[in-house]
Design a protein around this ligand. Structure first.
Ligand SMILES: [Zn+2]
Length: 243
């Protein structure tokens, strides 16, 4: 049985604050500000990528086991060959760290804020409930770190024409206690075009949720993607170039 994961990601509610932080960190983030504007009082689409070449410090805000910290760090580092960034694991509860991880929740609760939104949030920027004994551990950590590097969901790509059976999607997630707003934001909504998102839609992306056939019309499904795809690599190389 394909277990559908959902990460409870939300963009920062204050888009002006979020935009200011994104542009201060990396002026290139402003360049993709689009015309499309579905959200009222939004200032349009912009990217939330870190400044290429920098080191992101990773800290744990709760008392996590050393073995868990090392396993999370190792999985996160799978992105490093494709980005011009470094990761550094620093002492617990280091206030200056860019990525602050809380591991004390439940296995189902995993999320990260998007990229530079971490600069605007107090407390943990990422929650990881998975543990290394779980089959879903590595792919979940890689997926959440994809968000921490500014990637959004691939199933929400502007060209993802997933034939969702929408009432069944709501019903499915409601049975897991997930509300409609979270489903809208993390499953159904399409992301607006940006200058950097010129990499074609890829159903094999680690940022794509599994799609159950029962939740689509006709013969359409996506299995569990466990690895960084060629598209994911291309996207990250665009976001974090070496020059
Ligand atoms: Zn996600």
């Amino acid at each position: 049985m394909t277990e559908l994961m959902i990460c409870h990601c939300r963009h920062h509610p204050d888009s002006h604050l979020s935009h200011a932080a994104a542009v201060r960190e990396n002026p290139a983030n402003a360049a993709s500000k689009g015309q499309g504007n579905r959200r009222k009082r939004s200032i349009g689409y912009f990217d939330k990528f870190w400044s290429p070449g920098r080191t992101l410090r990773i800290t744990f805000v709760n008392d996590a086991e050393e073995s868990l910290k090392q396993a999370i760090f190792a999985a996160a580092c799978k992105w490093l060959p494709y980005v011009n960034l470094s990761f550094e694991l620093v002492a617990d509860d280091d206030d200056d760290s860019e990525i602050k991880i809380y591991t004390g929740g439940t296995p189902e609760l995993n999320y990260s804020v998007y990229g530079t939104d971490a600069l605007t949030s107090a407390g943990a920027s990422m929650v990881l409930g998975v543990t290394p004994d779980m089959e879903s551990f590595e792919r979940t950590v890689i997926h959440e770190f994809g968000h921490a590097l500014g990637a959004e969901h691939e199933h929400q790509h502007p060209d993802a024409n997933i034939p969702w059976d929408i009432p069944k999607v709501y019903e499915h997630y409601a049975s897991k206690g997930i509300d409609k707003a979270t489903v809208d934001e993390n499953v159904l909504a399409r992301i607006e075009n940006s200058s950097l998102r010129k990499v074609p839609y890829d159903r094999h992306s680690i940022m794509h949720y599994p799609v159950l056939q029962a939740l689509t019309q006709g013969d359409w499904e996506v299995g569990i993607n466990s690895q960084i795809s060629e598209k994911d690599k291309a996207f990250m190389r665009l976001a974090y170039p070496h020059d």
